[in-house]
Design a protein around this ligand. Sequence first.
Ligand SMILES: [Cu+2]
Length: 399
Amino acid sequence: MKIEPIHLSVGVAVLAMLWLVAPHGVHDAILPGAHGAHIGLGFAALAASVGFILASHARWFNQPLQAAASSIVLGVMVFALLGAPVQSHGESHDTTIEMAHIGTVGEINFSKFDPSAYLTAWNFNDLPADQRGNFYQETTLADGTLLREYWIYARDDTVEVAPGVFYAAWTYNGQVPGPTIRATEGDTVRIHFINAGIRAHTAHFHGFHPAAMDGAEPIQFVQPGESFTYEFIAEPAGTHVYHCHSTPLKKHIEKGLYGMFIVDPKGGLPPADQELVMLMNAFDTDFDGENEVYAVNTVAFAYAQHPIKVKVGQTVRIFLANMVENDPINSLHIHGNFFNVFPTGTLDQPTHFTDIVELAQAERTRIEVEFKFPGRYMFHAHQTEFSELGWMGFFEVEP
Ligand SMILES: [Cu+2]
């Protein structure tokens, strides 16, 4: 009888100590990582011992105190056994992985638009032969130049700008950017333009052309269901664009009605090992007048997930254009290398040898780069906000 109060007070003291100290002790101890599991098991063993002592001296306690003691011991054991290992895994490792990830998760539906294929697609050369003729035909004229005919349809469509993010676009032929038109200086370009949308649209080409072919004045707007044939001689040689010029102009461009128009000089450009089309664009996905998704060739981080393969020492020519609305300036920066810049693609000689080129709205340039070393080289807008919202990719340089 005399021992009972002593045992009782020891038991309560140990319990109180566990109750007050154990949660903190376990929580702090588990953060460093693997140690957490060991500390947790230690507390579980201690709690089990205390529980065993209390249970074997149960007769010392009145019923409510016994019940409270049992639930506290059980709680400490469960916390120590489950909490420690889960937290040591969950917090210290997953956070690191999440912070290291760049880009989007998942894939877009490539069957509708493949950014990798777009890089080298012009004059519908990405279509099977039996379908290509529906959109592109070329005829040699008496003077040896080509008549190049295109069938371009303006129509509303959805485009996937990031995995699972669909943008309600106004498109040329269902794609953003529209199909790349490529001719040689002196060729005749004939665009059979059909408006299959529900708003008035046009195809306004940069380059020389008669005023009647400009597609910019309200009388030149092609109404829904109607069509118009644009025809002009391809000139000057350079890297150009075409886009809708209906009003409000900002909206008609922002929604996706633009594409690349490349004019090669007579006799062609100097040989290059690879030629790539890159059109910088962006999407205001919540219609607040600011862009949420940035890209080169529409799909955020497309070339981060699928790097562009090039080879050391080979000449890579890039036809670059900026069709971003809502932001006045965009840029291309390539890591670990420098490149030649041919503004608007109209000059024979480069004006700059640099690692970054900035373009205002609708501005474009031709650049030529030779990669010095093998490896993975990032390229992105140096408006870093744009790069973190999708305008970033990689060149995979092979030996
Ligand atoms: Cu339009």
